[in-house]
Each structure stands twice: as C-alpha cells, then as structure tokens.
Design a protein around this ligand. Structure first.
Ligand SMILES: C[S@@+](CC[C@H](N)C(=O)[O-])C[C@H]1O[C@@H](n2cnc3c(N)ncnc32)[C@H](O)[C@@H]1O
Length: 192
C-alpha cells in the first residue's frame, strides 16, 4: 500500500550518504514493489539488490490460514510467480532497471554467500521459513542505523517468529531487537 511504501522510502532517504551499503529486497513477485524501490535507489544513488526464486513460493510444510485482519492467507508452492524476464520488463517500464541487480534462486542457496553491507532490507516473502533465512543472513549485514522492514506483519506465523527470543538468540546470537508495528501492522520495522 502507498502508506507502507512511503515508510520504506522514509528509511531509505534517512540513511546518511556517508553510510555505505546497498538496498535489498527479498520477494519481488511481478516487480511492483521492486519498481517503486528502484526509483528510490536511483535517487539515493545506491545499488538495489533483488533476491527471488523467480519461480514463486518454494515447497514447505507450514500450516497457514487467516491473517490478523481475518482475511485468508494461503501460500501454496509456486504461487506469487513472477519470472525474472517479467520483473525486468516491469521495472524497465515503471522503475529504474539500471539500479537493480537480480539474484535468482531460493534464499537458502543465494543468501549465505552475500556479504555486502545493507542499509535497508525490505522483505516480503510470506513464509516463516523464508523470513527466518532472510533474517539470519541479512540482519547481520545491516550498516549504520540500517533497518529491515517485513511486509508480512499481518501473518500470525511471522509474528510468532519475530516474537521468539530463542530465535534471535539461537539464530543470530543477539537479544530481540526493537521492533515497531509488531502484532499490529502489516509493515514491521526491525531495528539494528
Ligand atoms: C508476496 S510475493 C512478493 C510481493 C512483492 N513484494 C510485491 O509487492 O508485489 C512473495 C515473493 O517471495 C518469493 N519467495 C518466497 N520465499 C522464497 C524463498 N525461500 N526463496 C526465494 N524466493 C522466495 C516468491 O517467489 C515471491 O516472488
């Protein structure tokens, strides 16, 4: 939604230019959010790295159902499929393709070797397992006052994951960070 994208832009533009780092998106679907964020990346003069399978949601064993607003929330394997070609075409038309770098594959294969500093990470990946992988590999890369923004704050399984002190301790070796919007809003801001 527009209000959520404005918050994402706010975080991108709040980062001092002297803090080096890229903007990351995990989960692009057809490239709607990718195109918008690519424009902000262009203005902020930062590279924008986009991770996706470009094959849709991976196979999983998670049980889903309703979101916190009472709407249906099902994420079968292969849903939200946008091919890399389709996403590039949409970003070329509505965004700034030259600012983007695309990393194709499932996150558990592509993220472990990614080591660049990150100033803003926007994750919209629907599954608890995918969110867990993004947090594990991207959160430690946050530079300066960098933030991670989860667009899945309306999904109970994501709220459960983010609320678990053991997850933060065991996966990242840190106490639970400060979060804004958790349990209430679709966009959750996770601070460093
Ligand atoms: C809800 S869609 C993203 C929507 C997009 N941000 C938008 O605004 O239109 C979720 C995306 O996450 C991707 N995804 C989820 N889990 C993934 C994983 N483990 N590895 C790679 N891609 C994944 C899917 O392929 C899909 O494109």
């Amino acid at each position: 939604m527009e209000g959520e994208m404005i918050k994402v832009m706010y975080h991108i533009f709040s980062m001092p230019a002297a803090t080096k780092g890229v903007i990351v998106e995990a989960g692009s679907f057809k490239g709607g959010s990718t195109a918008k964020i690519s424009l902000a990346a262009h203005i902020a003069q930062r590279k924008f790295v986009v991770f996706d399978s470009f094959e849709g949601i991976p196979g999983h064993q998670e049980k889903h159902g309703k979101n916190i607003f009472g709407g249906d929330a099902y994420f079968p394997k292969g849903s939200y499929l946008g091919s890399l070609e389709e996403v590039k075409k949409n970003v070329a038309r509505f965004g700034h393709l030259e600012s983007c770098e695309f990393i194709k594959g499932f996150f558990d294969a592509t993220m472990p070797s990614f080591t660049r500093p990150v100033v803003t990470a926007y994750i919209d990946v629907d599954l608890a397992s995918s969110t867990q992988t993004c947090l594990k590999y991207l959160y430690p890369l946050l530079a300066g006052d960098g933030v991670m923004l989860s667009q899945d704050g309306h999904l109970p399984w994501i709220i459960d994951l983010l609320s678990k002190t053991e997850f933060w301790q065991e996966e990242l070796g840190i106490s639970m960070p400060s979060m804004q919007g958790l349990g209430k809003e679709k966009l959750v801001v996770i601070r460093k």
